[in-house]
Ligand binder design. Structure first.
Ligand code: PAF
Length: 284
């Protein structure tokens, strides 16, 4: 497995692969890899000939009050997992290499980024779309895989790729959950035992919403109220948002249908912010 720090070296490797007709799959990550990332690597391997994984904790998608310094990192463990998954190359640049002195550009998707996460994290998505654009230019992938746990991020990246005619196919991978239902996330490491128990309220509220839908309830206000009451009854939780949206537009919906998705962001102990989502018409 090749490990590159320099963007030019990564690009030269990718160009060489492309000359040989090799289809490149990219899985962008911020490291501290878990089964959710591994499932994306497997998905990429099914659809491409070779897989590149980027490991980069991107500073521009963190606001000053967020957890950039504390964000978990374990590059040695990541390298073991990447080798096990048959990844061909890893791109692990430093912030200085990605944002050298004089850097002044930004890629921004409007509209979609002002909803949901964008209300609480107004600068987040510009950081994501800028770094993902850079990764696409450096790695030149034919496909790129992103997890559905960050459902809005996936929608924003699809929008950017369509709007800017980027020659990459975006593939979404399903949420990977712990046996008790907690969606896998590098940030779960911040949870102590009590916080982890509280964190399960996201999954149990998804199941509640799906049961209401399966039983015939279509009024979004009724489903959302039940979800909110369920989470609020769990100690140590504070809801940031709990809404039903259309899966395409991410706009709030008044009447649930098979496109309706429950989107959740919940603070645990006022410090760890967990997100989760699911289609109502699915059953977890
Ligand atoms: O989902 C993430 O881990 C990050 O937002 C991404 C896509 C790697 C960009 O830094």
């Amino acid at each position: 497995m090749d490990i590159f720090q320099q963007p030019e070296a990564m690009r030269a490797w990718a160009q060489d692969q492309r000359k040989r007709g090799t289809l490149i799959g990219l899985v962008p990550t911020m490291g501290f890899l878990h089964e959710g990332h591994a499932s994306l690597m497997r998905l990429a391997l099914q659809q491409a000939d070779t897989v590149v994984v980027s490991v980069f904790v991107n500073p521009t998608q963190f606001a000053p009050n967020e957890d950039l310094a504390a964000y978990p990192r374990d590059f040695e463990h990541d390298v073991q997992l990447l080798k096990q998954e048959g990844v061909a190359a890893v791109f692990a640049p430093t912030p200085e290499l990605m944002y050298p002195p004089g850097f002044q550009s930004e890629v921004q998707v409007k509209g979609l980024t002002s909803l949901l996460e964008g209300r609480t994290r107004p600068t987040h998505f510009a950081g994501v779309t800028t770094v993902v654009s850079k990764l696409f230019h450096i790695v030149q992938p034919d496909i790129a895989c992103f997890g559905e746990k960050d459902f809005q991020q996936l929608a924003v990246i699809r929008r950017m790729v369509a709007d800017l005619n980027m020659a990459v196919r975006i593939v979404g991978g399903p949420i990977i959950r712990e046996p008790d239902g907690l969606a896998q996330s590098s940030r779960n490491t911040y949870l102590d035992a009590a916080g982890r128990t509280a964190g399960l309220s996201l999954f149990s509220s998804i199941r509640l919403a799906q049961k209401l839908y399966a039983d015939g309830e279509r009024r979004a206000s009724v489903i959302v109220e039940a979800v909110r009451a369920h989470i609020q009854a769990v100690p140590l939780t504070r809801i940031d948002y709990a809404v039903l949206v259309n899966s395409e537009t991410l706009e709030e919906t008044a009447t649930a249908d098979e496109q309706t998705r429950l989107m959740l962001a919940v603070y645990i102990k006022d410090k760890v912010r967990l997100i989760d989502n699911a289609l109502l018409a699915q059953s977890l």
